[in-house]
Design a protein. Structure first.
Length: 195
């Protein structure tokens, strides 16, 4: 009778309790967590670890929603797992006086990966993007593209930059260097990755 009660108590404890795995362990085979109410399969926090091994994954809790997952791609090298994002600007009846007046701001540091543009209506508009400071958003800053991009009725695009790394919360101003004809719409597309 005593053995039956002891066996029952041990079995009940095992069925109800949690198992904590400490130390270095290798997991092989399949684990099915589909019935779990919650899972946390990766490390998390507000700062990326300074040391990582290739294949490690980290969830950055203070990153923008949907941009939280980071992967260690080489020893001590973290890369954001999500792909590029895009912002667009549409300017109606562009004129030279619009230069610098339209600005984008990214909440975190970004790397510009592609800029495309086009116009509707006659001929073209030549543009660049200019990284400025929040303290002086109307003062000229550092051009993003090595040379101006001529936007015609078909999309023009570039992936060549003089300044692709844009600081978080730094205004990025659309600059217009030339207008040919009378385009009624200017469209600019900026693709980027969050650093």
């Amino acid at each position: 009778m005593k053995r039956s009660i002891a066996a029952f108590v041990i079995a009940a404890g095992l069925a109800y309790g949690q198992t904590v795995i400490n130390g270095d362990r290798a997991i092989t085979g399949s684990w099915d967590a589909s019935g779990a109410t919650s899972t946390k399969p990766v490390s998390s926090g507000t700062a990326l670890p300074t040391v990582c091994a290739t294949g490690a994954v980290f969830f950055k809790t203070d990153a923008a929603a949907g941009r939280n997952l980071y992967v260690c791609t080489a020893a001590d090298t973290w890369k954001q797992a999500s792909g590029p994002d895009a912002k667009s600007i549409t300017l109606i009846d562009p004129v030279a006086g619009d230069s610098g007046r339209v600005q984008l701001v990214f909440p975190a540091a970004v790397t510009i990966t592609r800029i495309g543009c086009s116009v509707r209506g006659a001929t073209s508009v030549s543009i660049n993007l200019d990284e400025r400071t929040a303290a002086a958003p109307d003062a000229a800053g550092t051009p993003v593209m090595s040379s101006d991009l001529a936007c015609g009725t078909s999309e023009a695009a570039t992936t060549m930059f003089a300044n692709a790394a844009i600081a978080g919360r730094a205004p990025l101003a659309l600059t217009i260097s030339a207008i040919s004809g009378t385009p009624d719409t200017l469209r600019v597309f900026v693709e980027y990755t969050v650093d």
